[in-house]
Design a protein around this ligand. Structure first.
Ligand code: ADP
Length: 460
């Protein structure tokens, strides 16, 4: 990089199913907004294309208006009309596609989990491509995020899944794009073997264009010294403010304690098998056993999982030390990052994971399983094979309860026996640069090389 100023600015369009804060389910939303903003700051023209969901946070869009033009797109052999809305989200221009289709694809009061998700997003992908094509824009890079938008690249007959003889749009996306990225270097390795779930051979075959880039976090949104959701703002040099947030959250949630320094362990997550549900449960019991307090903020799209955790919540209703809040709550998530001393992420697999980075920025020390992006961002405090300056949390390897237990015990032991060491760890974690600046430069380099390649190919 370095010479990538406005003169060589690219026109980059992100097509995605989510974008924070208008349409957020998980990390994808943060990535689209965070990477988009960072690329814009670097002098590129960045635009986003999203579905127009009925359940979007409309108050997060400025100048929302419907365009005069109607875009026609094909679906199942028929042409349908789409209204196109524009607006600005976090300073980025966004197009929202509203299909005029009897199935009311994005009028479902939820983002995903519909029986026809495959149809909904194949429709969206095609309409998004038509929008770009019919607008006559000169676009350098189309960045498609996740399977929902992989349809942009391909025809169904080229996407036969290796294992099931069904259509696999992720495979089609891998085969037909110029560059394939995933969200951490370790995950990029994992999916080339067992983690590939049947796509490992495809990924191996295309490994020359396959790169893992660790996500950043939006350090504007996630900034304890300016965060308006917090009772008190604070920074690494003023941890009194962090203590105030802890006291405030305890009061708010009825987590009574005689001891201000009683450790508070947190977990903020979608409750799905990927996240290590049995270990999340175990962490709750183990924390209680070690004399700590625990707060879980999470919700599940799977009814029986939601019910299971409601059962656990009921069990602890009268307990002063454990609270499970089983819903999605953006404001509360900020307060929990700020209030907690430790943050637990026992995922079975984790492409990148954002919560460990957010937690560190708020001075909550991560306790994570060594998988995917967690391996690239959390380094064990006691691991002598790792340079001291990189050690920032606690990690464990196995998926059984025992490994998590001993990891929690180590963290608790430092917390209670070596408060000064702990304080330095907290301050160090808060100062790590998790911004999008460096990852965005890496994407920028990939984009530039793809454009150079395409130009080269066009000349021959
Ligand atoms: P994933 O994308 O698999 O959900 P990530 O760690 O990449 O996991 O991103 C999770 C994001 O969603 C974080 O910003 C986290 O704070 C947020 N989040 C998850 N669950 C909740 C919840 N119940 N309430 C508020 N925010 C949540």
């Amino acid at each position: 990089s370095g010479n990538s100023q406005c003169s060589s600015g690219l026109h980059i369009v992100h097509i995605a199913a989510e974008m924070a804060p208008v349409a957020k389910v998980g990390g994808l939303a943060d990535v689209v907004a965070g990477l988009g903003k960072a690329l814009q700051t670097k002098g590129h023209l960045v635009e986003i294309v999203l579905p127009k969901y009925d359940c979007m946070q409309l108050d997060q869009i400025t100048n929302l208006k419907v365009l005069d033009v109607v875009i026609q797109s094909y679906f199942d052999g028929n042409l349908f009309s789409n209204n196109v809305w524009t607006g600005t989200v976090e300073g980025l221009p966004v197009y929202f596609i509203e299909p005029q289709h009897p199935s009311k694809f994005f009028w479902r009061a939820q983002y995903y989990g519909e029986h026809d998700d495959f149809k909904r997003y194949s429709y969206f992908s095609r309409a998004a491509l038509e929008l770009l094509y019919q607008s006559g824009k000169k676009i350098d890079i189309i960045h498609c995020h996740d399977w929902q938008t992989a349809f942009v690249l391909d025809r169904p007959d080229r996407m036969q899944d290796n294992a099931h003889g069904r259509i696999n749009v992720a495979k089609g996306g891998i085969v037909y794009s110029n560059i394939v990225t995933t969200v951490s270097p370790t995950y990029a390795l994992e999916v080339r073997s067992e983690g590939g779930r049947g796509l490992q051979d495809t990924l191996k075959m295309h490994s020359r264009k396959f790169v893992g880039i660790l996500n950043g976090i939006d350090t504007g949104t996630w900034n304890p010294s300016t965060d308006r959701f917090l009772a008190v703002q604070y920074s690494a040099t003023d941890l009194q403010g962090k203590a105030a947030n802890k006291a405030f959250l305890r009061k708010q949630l009825g987590l009574y304690s005689e001891d201000a320094s009683q450790p508070l362990v947190a977990c903020i997550t979608r409750l799905v098998p990927q996240k290590g549900l049995h270990l999340i449960r175990h962490a709750i019991y183990k924390t209680a056993e070690l004399g700590g307090q625990f707060v879980l903020l999470g919700s599940s799209p799977v009814p029986h999982i939601q019910r299971e955790f409601e059962g656990v919540a009921d069990q602890f209703q009268k307990n002063n030390n454990i609270r499970l809040i089983l819903k999605y709550d953006e404001a509360l998530s900020h307060c929990i990052y700020a209030a907690s001393d430790m943050f637990i992420i026992p995922s079975m697999f984790e492409p990148c994971g954002l919560t460990q980075m957010i937690a560190m920025r708020y001075g909550s020390v991560p306790i994570v399983r060594q998988t995917g992006g967690l391996c690239d961002s959390v380094f064990d405090f006691d691991d002598e094979t790792i340079p001291v300056e990189l050690r920032n949390g606690f990690t464990f390897a196995r998926t059984d309860e025992q490994d998590l237990s001993s990891c929690l015990e180590r963290a608790f032991s430092y917390y209670s026996r070596k408060p000064m060491v702990w304080k330095q760890l907290v301050q160090k974690d808060m100062q790590i640069d998790f911004s999008w600046d460096s990852p965005a430069s890496q994407y920028e380099n990939l984009y530039q090389s793809a454009v150079a390649q395409a130009r080269g190919a066009a000349q021959t």
